[in-house]
Design a binder for this molecule. Structure first.
Ligand code: G4P
Length: 193
């Protein structure tokens, strides 16, 4: 998605540890128009799927999921993050390890919010190691529902998440794919849409 790549080039900044800051339009300040356009791109890309729900993990994914859901005419659901691993009968949950933050946490969704006939589009702002999206796949499939695909705003191609999810057969549509990230330059690979 050319517009997203341009915004990253002009407004993004790179921090040590290959971290891209996009606070000005995705993370802290939400550019609703841009997110609506992202939703339209995913709507077209996944047009052959009868998507019934959009899902993400709190917190940064929520705005992206909400705007994508609006474009698709469905509702958005987000998994909550908790420290506890205690099993609750009324929720689906999965363990997620964050390499960036070096800690494990639990993501959970109430069983009321996902049904076996749901066809779910998963979305997130960044795809790095892919553990968060894998945890969501586990939750959706654990509910007997179908993962329609995975829509990502910014994929870090040099980390293993994208390859891992595609190898497992998930259709990942990343709107910007970054091959190289340094304070001197940001190099994009070919985006999926
Ligand atoms: P994963 O999300 O692909 O599983 O990878 P990882 O565990 O390494 O990422 C941990 C967190 O760091 C995620 O946010 C992810 O979105 C974020 N992240 C990874 N790379 C970057 C980056 O280059 N820039 C920014 N801004 N964030 C990055 P999270 O823990 O889910 O937090 P939240 O912001 O959604 O609350």
């Amino acid at each position: 998605m050319r517009e997203l790549e341009e915004r990253i080039l002009h407004e993004g900044s790179v921090r040590p540890g290959e971290i891209l800051l996009v606070d000005g339009f995705i993370n802290q300040c939400i550019d609703v128009d841009l997110m609506e356009k992202m939703g339209q791109v995913w709507k077209n890309y996944f047009a052959d799927q009868k998507i019934t729900k959009v899902m993400t993990v709190e917190a940064s994914g929520i705005a992206i999921a909400a705007l994508a859901a609006k474009e698709l005419g469905v509702t958005a659901v987000f998994a909550k993050k908790t420290e506890t691993q205690k099993i609750h009968d009324d929720r689906y949950q999965a363990q997620v390890y964050s390499y960036t933050k070096q800690k494990e946490y639990t993501i959970a969704v109430s069983k009321r919010l996902i049904k076996p006939d749901d066809v779910v589009l998963l979305v997130d702002d960044f795809l790095a190691n892919g553990c968060a999206m894998l945890g969501l796949c586990e939750i959706v499939e654990g509910a007997g529902a179908k993962v329609a695909g995975i829509g990502i705003a910014i994929e870090k191609n040099f980390q293993k998440g994208g390859a891992m999810l595609r190898d497992k057969g998930y259709d990942v549509c990343s709107l910007a794919r970054i091959d190289k990230l340094s304070p001197e330059e940001i190099v994009f690979g070919k985006a999926d849409a």
